[in-house]
Every structure is written in C-alpha cells, then in structure tokens.
Design a protein around this ligand. Structure first.
Ligand SMILES: [Zn+2]
Length: 222
C-alpha cells in the first residue's frame, strides 16, 4: 500500500494530468455559461453536470481511503473492474443477496475525465446494484435523487429559493444513507476503477461504494 504522498502514488493518480487540473475536471457544474464552465473545468469540454467529485473533496485522500478498503477485503481494483464489467453486460450478479437493474439511458455519453484513448473510454446509461433488503420506494428515491441532482447542478444554486434548497438537501441526505447498500454504476465505472482506482467522490451521486461492489461481486476474501 502506497503512502498518500508517495510520488509514485501521486503520479499513478495524476496519469499525465496534474492533481489540481484533474480535480477541476471532476467537479460538478455550477450553472454558469458553457464557456465559463469549460474554463472552471480546466478546459475539459466533456465535464459531468453532476460531477465525479464534490467541490470540497480531496482526490488523493479519497482514492487512498478507497484503496485501503479494496486491500482490506483481499481483492484488487483489477478484479472489481473485470467482474463489474461482466455484471453490467450480463445484468447478473454472483451474490444472490444483491440485485442489478438497468434504469434508464442518459441523454449523452460521458468520456473519461483523464481523456484516455482506451476501451471503456465512454460510458452511458445508469445501472443500480443494491442489496435485496432495499424497498421499491428506496430504489425510486435513489433514482429521483440522481436525476434531481443533475437538474440542480444545471441551475445556479444561488438562484434557488431556500425551500427548493431544503428539499434538495433532504433528498440527497436520504440518498447518502443508502450508500452502504446501493451503488449506481455506468459503463464508465469499470474503466475508472481499473485505470484510475476511482469509485467517484462521496459527494457525487454516481459514487459506487467499493464495499457494495465487492460484496455484490463476491470478491470479499474476509
Ligand atoms: Zn481514463
């Protein structure tokens, strides 16, 4: 396991893009004009409106923390990415305590923020992996939070009235509570996990909690 500030670890995460720049590329939209958004995303035109990482999250410590989880369960990013890729294609999971379902296709495709020229460079669609104890209402609430989050980021938060912000924060808080039982995934996730060791930020609605994936994919050696 690398130390967090080990230059080899930092280089691995940067992958040709500086930490500062990649963090900007990963941030959500703030509802500015298109040109201003591209500038705020360090020139990355294909930024995600919902974002991969919360505006106040630290990429290096997030990846380092998740890496420890992967090691503690006795598996690897490579094995998770492979098994997840298979699960996305087949819509089947090896652990019958978990379910996988395709929910809807998003309007666009999302390229990798590191702009890799590799397979899985693009990803679209939204798939949910969740523990079977979740109720249908909880699944619907999660889908709603993901959709609502994108709409909210498309507007400037300052323009929202306080009632709308309270509703938004309550929806997100409910969604966060589900994160130990539910993982949203897109076709881009296997690539992000394999090449960038990245499960997305804890403040992103697209985060796939590694613990949920490891359990659902039967990769725990504990
Ligand atoms: Zn990439």
């Amino acid at each position: 396991m690398y130390q967090m500030y080990d230059p080899v670890f930092v280089k691995l995460i940067e992958n040709g893009v500086s930490l500062k720049e990649i963090e900007k590329r990963l941030h959500p939209s703030s509802g500015l004009s298109r040109d201003a958004e591209i500038l705020a995303h360090a020139g990355f035109k294909n930024y995600s409106v919902s974002g991969f990482l919360g505006i106040d999250e630290d990429l290096l410590s997030l990846i380092h923390e998740d890496w420890k989880v992967v090691l503690d369960y006795g598996t690897t990013h490579h094995d998770i990415a492979n098994a997840l890729s298979l699960a996305i294609k087949s819509l089947k999971l090896p652990n019958s305590d978990y379910k996988i379902e395709h929910n809807y296709c998003s309007g666009g495709i999302q390229p990798c923020p590191w702009e890799c020229e590799e397979p899985y460079e693009y990803g679209n669609g939204l798939i949910l992996i969740y523990h079977k104890s979740l109720t249908r209402d909880e699944i619907i609430a999660a889908q709603y939070a993901i959709l609502f989050d994108e709409e909210i980021h498309d507007m400037h938060r300052a323009r929202l009235d306080s009632a709308a912000l309270i509703t938004f924060n309550a929806i997100l808080a409910d969604f966060t509570k589900l994160s130990n039982k539910l993982a949203p995934v897109t076709e881009l996730h296997p690539h992000l996990i394999e090449k960038h060791y990245f499960f997305q930020g804890k403040k992103s609605v697209y985060r796939s909690n590694p613990e949920v994936l490891i359990k659902a994919l039967n990769l725990s050696r504990l």
